[in-house]
Design a protein around this ligand. Structure first.
Ligand code: TRP
Length: 452
């Protein structure tokens, strides 16, 4: 049932529909492509430990703040802030989110294109027969450095995203996630079970789950917190926008908890697949690289009797998981131009979609397609700048805004609708107003250890 205050913009069909859509936004390449890569490059288990802590404390705090702000104001990020503090400069948080979203989408859609390309590669039989890690590494290198193939699939992803978003919130987003996310989940569990029974699995598991605390440093924390924001879709207003479609009777606290839990679960499973497989195929566990997931998943898929069909299915579902994320990224700028600038939905989607495609060209050419962008490691740089740093900056200001400017008491009141007894509210407020902002300031300080 639609509540009257939101019927003009649409509201989620039910609480479950919102959870599916928000989980669909959260679960994507961040879990399956990015997470194993950053684990691999940042010391393994110790990173995993910091990551889980970061999700439980910082991620959950920011998620609840965003959902609360969104549902209270029933608006896009810029409008939400303007609704609470009319005409104030705090609106820059919303603008920052819109810019971040567009930049993030520009490289994210390139990687989503790799996943789509792999559907066809698998179907064409590229991964049939006895595979070695050298073979899958070469297949990835050849594919990702070929501008023609990369652009076809990058274009396909942007086209699909534009198409889905232009159809509107309910029909567009809800339909996809409900059926296909559970299918992805089942497949990933199967792959994890297979990976755990490979010879050498124990050694891979040890890197992944047995922390070596001598590897703990500022960079590990910076990447863990950044990855938490990226994977949970936080720090740029996605969850403000999604929260604006939640009905007043929904429990925001349990929604935030459930989305964080489901997202983390999938990421942890992806690691359970990647690391045992790496060891079993004689590869180093700590080298990583943007191609890691694309090199390793075909290997584990080849260990199944029905690997060919499983492979097609896996990359199809990964593409869908990426699409439910790309639509959530495009939805933020689009809802801004529709709500605040009175653009038609069609116009907003087309203009921003095409702009994003153009912005993604350097990323698409940065895996060998063009020397200049390859040398700059453009995709990796964009992933770090917009998939980590600028989300952290956004999350910092969201915490400050919700905690101090809007005020924790008003946030409590909004949360109380749907959850009249929010027991952890003082702990949440402490994390919102003190702990999380301080942690973010500290990690931003560590950027210099990477730059230098
Ligand atoms: N969380 C998604 C993933 O893990 C990516 C994503 C979608 C995102 N929307 C976002 C990241 C908003 C940051 C902000 O693949």
């Amino acid at each position: 049932m639609e509540s009257q205050e939101t019927s003009a913009r649409g509201v989620w069909g039910s609480k479950v529909a919102f959870i599916f859509a928000a989980t669909g936004s959260a679960i994507g390449l961040g879990n399956i492509w990015r997470f194993p890569t950053v684990v691999s490059q940042n010391g393994g288990a110790v990173f995993v430990l910091v990551y889980v802590l970061a999700v439980a404390v910082i991620g959950f705090t920011v998620m609840l703040a965003e959902l609360t702000l969104g549902r209270h104001s029933q608006r896009n990020p810029v409008g939400a802030i303007d609704y609470i503090k009319p005409g104030s400069p705090w609106k820059f948080i919303g603008y920052l989110g819109i810019i971040t979203g567009i930049c993030l989408l520009s490289f994210y859609a390139v990687v989503a294109g790799w996943a789509a390309g792999y559907v066809f590669k698998t179907a064409a039989g590229a991964f049939k027969g006895q595979l070695t890690a050298e073979m899958t590494t070469k297949i990835f290198a050849d594919f990702s450095s070929d501008p023609l193939q990369v652009f076809i699939f990058f274009g396909l992803i942007m086209g699909l995203t534009i198409f889905i978003i232009s159809k509107g919130v309910k029909k567009g987003i809800e339909k996809w996630t409900k059926i296909l996310m559970p299918a992805l989940f089942v497949l990933i569990v199967l792959l994890a079970v297979r990976a755990l029974t490979l010879p050498g699995a124990a050694k891979g598991l040890s890197f992944y789950l047995n922390p070596d605390f001598s590897k703990l440093n500022g960079t590990v924390i910076l990447f863990a917190v950044g990855q938490a924001f990226f994977s949970l879709s936080l720090g740029m207003g996605t969850m403000i926008t999604y929260g604006s479609y939640i009905s007043k009777s929904s429990n925001l606290v349990s929604s935030a908890g459930w989305v964080s839990f489901a997202d983390t679960f999938i990421a942890l499973l992806a690691g359970l697949i990647i690391f045992p497989t790496l060891v079993s195929f004689g590869q180093p566990v700590d080298v990583g690289g943007e191609g890691l997931a694309f090199q390793i998943f075909p290997l584990i898929l080849s260990q199944f009797a029905g690997g060919y069909i499983f492979g097609i299915l896996f990359f199809t579902l990964l593409t869908v998981a990426a699409l439910t994320s790309t639509i959530s990224l495009l939805e933020v700028p689009v809802s801004y131009f529709v709500d605040e600038r009175n653009w038609s939905r069609k116009k907003a989607v087309l203009v921003i979609g095409i702009f994003t495609f153009i912005l993604g060209i350097p990323s698409a050419l940065s895996m060998g397609g063009m020397q200049f962008f390859t040398k700059l490691k453009f995709l990796g740089f964009f992933a770090f700048a917009f998939g980590n740093i600028s989300l952290a900056v956004g999350a910092f200001f969201i915490c400050v805004f919700v905690g101090y400017i809007w005020g924790r008491k008003k946030a409590f009141k909004e949360i109380a609708s749907g959850n009249p007894r929010f027991r952890l509210r003082y702990i949440w407020a402490f994390s919102l107003m003190v702990l999380t902002p301080i942690v973010i300031l500290i990690i931003l300080y560590f950027i210099k250890t990477i730059a230098g």
